[in-house]
Design a protein around this ligand. Sequence first.
Ligand SMILES: [Zn+2]
Length: 239
Amino acid sequence: MGYFAYLIGAVIVFVWSMIVQANLKYKMQEGAGLRAGSGKTANEVVEEMLRAHDVMGITIEHKPGNLTDCYSPKEGKIYLSDSTYGRDSVTAIAVAAHEAGHAVQDYENMALYELRQLLAPAAGIASRVGPYIVIAGLLVSSFAERSTSDIGYTIGTIGIVVYFIAFLFYLVMLPVERNASNRAFKDMKEFGWVSDDQLPIARAALRAAGDTYAVALASSALTLMRLLVIRGSRSSRRR
Ligand SMILES: [Zn+2]
């Protein structure tokens, strides 16, 4: 039963992720071909947004590649990708403002942002190690005597708890990303970085990007479900 539910979930998430990716590409391209009404570049927008929120000491750098835009709190840098750095398209402005939004979150010590930063390194390890611990538990159970099969179950549970840190990270990431996009949209509107008729295009691009984090959360929930299936229930182990 658990395995069947997992399979259905896997198919749904797979199809959903395809739709989200296609939509993201479409929405990004739509705004990429439009010059922002203000005529400003992504770099100017970042500088303006940081200044408006009294964020200081952040530098902007070019990171070659596609979708490489990110804010690095450790380095105090905002990296902008090929299609964003120095560009004046609606998409470039929206993406740049979103990254500046993360810098503002950091500067304002937004609790969820801080939690995300705290979880990030642990989540990377947990997502890789957790599943192996669960499999190790399964192996212990299959080789152990009937009386000691509980040890395998316990090891499996530890693996699931470890993986849960990664799931928690994706859970926290979702509102943090939404918030960064909301900040970007608010300032885009207020400072007129894009014209009024371009605002819906900019918002759609940010929403499409935000959907990818919802997919990431769903697939993490799915992995959690799969690990629960692999570990099995205590009663089935005793058979
Ligand atoms: Zn973001």
